[in-house]
Design a protein around this ligand. Structure first.
Ligand SMILES: C[S@@+](CC[C@H](N)C(=O)[O-])C[C@H]1O[C@@H](n2cnc3c(N)ncnc32)[C@H](O)[C@@H]1O
Length: 248
């Protein structure tokens, strides 16, 4: 093996870098409550919000054709849709392709994404984009469907094979996000939830829904699943993906 003068090999140095990066991330995420309280400028503060889930912006046009086809076949054409965590707008463009007369509101925690999403969707009608870290400002019973795809997860957990989801993600924050979606969905409305680090069935809101559609194993990303105590559920794959809010 290649050795430096100090006796360290290239492999040892790479390992140290990985360990230091992991330590840096853990300290950064643990310090979020402190950063949240500091009088930081708005353009910086969102980064440290405990409500911020997936830090990666990766998205694609027509990323989930099987799910969008289900949406087209089960929603009224003039539906009002929420794309939560819309990233740079490709999800909105895709939804408009499947449901051209729907109204789509996209929200994202990262203001750089919402800026790009504005540009990306500028030629489309009935599209709104907003910068927000949750759906708490959305009116109650106002959406026919909420799409929350690859948002309520954190790629660091899978990359680092973490045994517990804290400090990167917490079940309590997941449950709050789901409660917000439940409130702003119309009775009979659909919740599309995919690639999460927690199971919808573990939330208190789940009892207000029926599961109406499940993914195939091959549709799932490799993200790890954690229980309501933030502990890894070894080998778990959660297929349920679309839930209908009961009409009471
Ligand atoms: C991997 S992208 C997914 C984009 C798109 N939904 C898709 O599936 O292709 C995750 C997005 O969620 C956003 N996000 C993370 N936490 C959020 C939060 N609390 N509120 C709104 N957006 C959030 C990120 O900024 C990022 O743009």
């Amino acid at each position: 093996m290649l050795r430096t003068n100090q006796g360290y090999g290239a492999g040892d140095i790479a390992l140290k870098i990985v360990q230091l990066r992991r330590l840096y991330l853990i300290v950064l995420f643990r310090a979020r409550p402190l950063f949240e309280r500091l009088p930081l400028p708005h353009w910086l503060k969102w980064r440290f919000s405990r409500k911020r889930f997936q830090p990666f912006n990766y998205t694609l046009n027509d990323r989930y054709p099987w799910l969008f086809t289900y949406a087209r076949d089960h929603l009224p054409p003039d539906s009002r849709l929420l794309s939560f965590g819309c990233s740079t707008g490709e999800e909105i463009v895709s939804l408009k392709r499947y449901l051209p007369t729907a109204t789509v509101r996209g929200i994202d925690v990262d203001p750089r994404n919402t800026k790009k999403a504005h540009l990306h969707t500028s030629s489309l009608h009935q599209v709104e984009i907003a910068h927000a870290k949750d759906a708490s400002a959305e009116p109650a019973n106002s959406y026919d469907a909420v799409f929350c795809l690859a948002v309520l997860c954190n790629g660091y957990l899978t990359a680092n094979k973490c045994r517990v989801s804290e400090p990167f993600c917490q079940f309590s924050e997941f449950e709050l996000a789901i409660a917000d979606f439940t409130r702003c969905l119309k009775p009979g409305g659909l919740l599309f939830l995919l690639t999460t680090n927690f199971r919808f069935c573990d939330t208190a809101s789940a009892k207000e829904f029926d599961t109406v559609f499940a993914a195939q194993e091959s549709n799932l990303a490799p993200d790890l699943i954690y229980d309501a105590n933030n502990k890894l559920i070894e080998g778990e794959r959660y297929l349920d993906a679309v839930f209908r809010k009961r009409v009471t």
